[in-house]
Design a protein around this ligand. Sequence first.
Ligand SMILES: *[C@@H]1O[C@H](CO)[C@@H](O)[C@H](O)[C@H]1NC(C)=O
Length: 467
Amino acid sequence: MQRLQDLKETFFGLEVVQQQLLISSAVAIGGILAYWVFRSKEAKTIPIGHGWWGKGKKPLSEDDQIHTFTITTSDEEIKDLHARLDLTRYTDPLEDSHFNFGFNSTYLKRVVSHWRNVYDWKKQVAALNQYPHFKTKIEGLDVHFIRVCPPSRENQKVVPLMLVHGWPGSFYEFYKIIPLLTQNHDGVAFEVICPSIPGYGYSEAPQKKGFDSVAAARIFLTLMERLGFSQFYLHGGDWGSAITTNMAQMKPDCVKGLHLTMFFPRRNFKMSLSLVIGRYLPFLVGFTREDVRRIYPYFQKNVWQMLEETGYMHIQATKPDTAGCAVNNSPVGLAAYILEKFSSWTDMKYRDLSDGGLERMFTLDDLLTNVMIYWTTSSMTSSMRFYKENFGNLINRLDFKTGVFVPTGLAAFPNELMHNPKVWAQTKYRNIYSYTFMPRGGHFPAFEEPQLLADDIVQFVKKVGKI
Ligand SMILES: *[C@@H]1O[C@H](CO)[C@@H](O)[C@H](O)[C@H]1NC(C)=O
């Protein structure tokens, strides 16, 4: 009898365990369900927020007029530059080091001799002024931009398009692509708006901490609104890609399409797994043959090369003001710092050429004009700070966790710093209309291959707009 009682208690005990199990399962399933519901309701936008970046306290009202702006120079400015160029001290490069230790200073002397004796800044300023420049105050900062309308024509649809540059570039990167975009493409032509990121070139630098890509995005949205555009397309690479992505996340209704040349996925476990499997069974993880060609050998192309090439990023993301002192005070130091990127980011193999291959893709005049935009505005340090502001808060950034739902066009150039297959891009860009393996070109496609880039933007916009 006693045994029976024991058994009963055991069974009863089991029942309790069963019940507890049931409850915990219900809680777990409920949790998973809630997670899925939460996931499917994942924010599709990021808050627009607000900011003010001028000196001191925010005034009660601010001038919101748009003012025309003309780039100017003077004999003193050029005399000062020449004096500094003449005072430069060079360190001879190591034998056969080419561009592997950084800018070859023997070749640098040739660049500087061109700068000092042939390059004509006054002529370049006139060329810069060929497009109409403007400035307008937003969030306490004078924001510079150019705005180029297409020649008027009957039966032509004019599509507004903003182009955003990155570091160490400028609005000047787009000078060769602008005429290609404002020209008529079977009834479509772009009206191009091309701003300078605050702290870069002719846009005023923030005076307060915290100015990141989200803040820049909000300012550029305000700019488009002020210009009277309620719907427009965006294009960007480098920081321009981060900024335009943020713009699409803030006001998806205004952004008809987003076209990027550099894009970052949201890293997840599936991605790491696909990296391991993809080399052997690419079809299983959605890689194309071209993806495989561009990704592998992964360690050499991505991990090792990243370590070799991103020292600048670490400095700028930690102590920009210290290194900024040097490059902002020596035009030759500034040129070496900027132009080294125009060598290796065009093609990593150029590191093995004694002249960095710089003149294969660009003219010295074009390269030096981009340097002069930083030099004459004294903006290198403030441009470098953008790294610290963006990398300072990597874990908590909402924009990193939020998808992008506007129609997106991705142009994957073969010499871009890192290749991201479409399946990876889809982890963040949820509405990819076009993904193009570009036949040639690197990190500065508008500067290197304006025609290829223009063609890709045109086909993307026609696809999205059904024109
Ligand atoms: C540096 O460039 C010059 C001119 O292009 C070249 O003659 C020289 O061999 C190069 N030096 C190194 C160390 O690569």
